[in-house]
Design a protein around this ligand. Structure first.
Ligand SMILES: [Cu+2]
Length: 437
């Protein structure tokens, strides 16, 4: 009667009888938040907060539609919060306490369980407020890439290369505590020339998954001798695949770009800005057999335009329009939305099940990368020009311009909307979107 039943099968049967609600089975992924001393290279090391002893944190791989459990172990004394950026998940696990996700208290742990969707280049990062403390929040090393694999893979490539941009040693550049600048820059946690190069061979298709994990800075990247074929923005495939010489990535944004390796040599994939590149903002791309100093030549002048990746057909008309006026705040608040600063901002009421048009009216003299949690929006008008089919979760709203984006309200619950510039978010630029009944 025992024939065919192995000890392993008996153990599996026993395990299946334990209620899954208890945290008595190991999580798929464990993230430990702790302080590290990270070596950026070139004689620089910085003390920071990071996941699993490394910055960036580990690349996490999930599959669209396959449930995942993540244990977050907070080994610091302060409350922390991991946000799953670009996921359509519930507010209890999204990672914003304003939506209702519980904080992970100091020296405590919490389990996040969700079903990842949609597929694409996503990322995870702390959602803790920083205020004037430039050692915590998104100024720290708490960020990492998540690749959510589609059930069937449309992208064809030979090599995948994550590129995570970050800065270190932040300081207040002006006396007004408004302008954060940095001494050091890194790609994948290393200053240019310090880490391992990305090793390629002639004739490959390399998929760069670029994440701007900066707390405050927009970046422009180029790779001399090559062009980028942009296939996705914020992880979502674009309707029109386009070749561009420069990628422009605002805080929170992602770009998926294919590079065909047709120019043997040793090259710098780096920031267009010379001073930032000199301070570490780049990584070496090395062809097999190539020798010599990494080469850099300035890219041609290029104006980044989301619209070139769009669909030529006009956007669909929305059911409702929601104005969001962005202005400097009053009474010590730096920023306001519709005249009020967070936490006083009025909720933005989404009509459930329909296309809601968000009208970002930036009446300030600064650009703002605005981010909506738990949803994807479609850019429908950018600085006066109609666009369609470009699906994102962060959009740069330029100074004195209006940007319109449609959100299909199909993921009920409170959803945070904020500027991804940490200093703006921390000083008023945040509101909750809610579903009307
Ligand atoms: Cu902003």
């Amino acid at each position: 009667m025992t024939s065919g039943v192995t000890r392993r099968q008996l153990l599996a049967l026993a395990a299946a009888c334990i209620p899954a609600s208890a945290e008595n089975f190991p999580a798929d992924i464990t993230l430990r938040i702790g302080e590290i001393n990270t070596d950026l290279g070139r004689g620089h090391s910085v003390k920071t907060l990071a996941y699993n002893g490394q910055t960036p944190g580990p690349v996490l791989r999930m599959t669209e539609g396959t449930p995942v459990t993540i244990d977050v172990v907070n080994e610091t004394a302060q409350p922390e919060m991991v946000h799953w950026h670009g996921f359509h998940i519930s507010p209890e696990v999204d990672g914003a306490h304003e939506e209702g996700t519980p904080m992970v208290q100091g020296h405590d742990r919490r389990r996040y369980s969700f079903t990842p969707q949609p597929a694409g280049t996503r990322w995870y990062h702390t959602h803790a407020m920083a205020g004037h403390n430039l050692r915590i929040g998104s100024y720290s090393g708490q960020f990492g890439l998540v690749v959510v694999a589609p059930r069937s893979d449309p992208a064809r490539y030979d090599l995948e290369a994550p590129i995570l941009l970050h800065e270190w040693e932040p300081y207040f550049a002006s006396g007004m505590d408004m302008d954060v600048d940095y001494k050091l820059f890194s790609v994948n946690g290393k200053m240019l020339g310090a880490g391992e190069p990305i090793r390629v061979k002639t004739g490959q298709r390399v998929l760069f998954r670029i994440v701007n994990a900066s707390a405050t800075m927009r970046h422009r990247l180029a790779l001399p001798g090559h062009v980028f074929t942009v296939i996705a923005l914020d992880g979502n495939p674009v309707p029109t695949v386009q070749k561009v010489p420069v990628l422009d990535v605002s805080p929170g944004e992602r770009v998926d770009a294919i590079v065909e390796t047709t120019s043997p040599g040793v090259w710098i994939l780096g920031e267009e800005n010379d001073a930032q590149r000199a301070a570490g903002a780049g990584i070496v791309i090395e062809y097999a057999g190539a020798r010599g100093r990494p080469q850099w030549t300035p890219p041609p002048k290029h104006v980044w335009d989301y619209a070139v990746f769009g669909d030529p057909k006009p956007p669909v008309e929305p059911e409702t329009r929601l104005p969001l006026i962005i202005e400097p705040g009053k009474d010590g608040n730096l920023w306001a939305i519709n005249g009020k600063s967070y936490p006083q901002t009025d909720p933005v009421w989404l009509r459930p099940g329909v296309r809601n048009r968000l009208v970002f009216d930036n009446r300030s003299s600064m650009d703002h990368p605005v981010h909506l949690h738990r949803h994807t929006f479609e850019i429908v008008r950018y600085a006066g020009k109609p666009v369609s089919g470009v699906m994102k979760d962060v959009v740069l709203v330029p100074a004195r311009q209006t940007v319109e984006a449609d959100v299909l309200a199909n993921n009920p619950g409170p959803s945070l909307f904020h500027c991804h510039q940490q200093f703006h978010m921390d000083f008023g630029f945040m509101a909750l979107m809610r579903y009307s009944s």
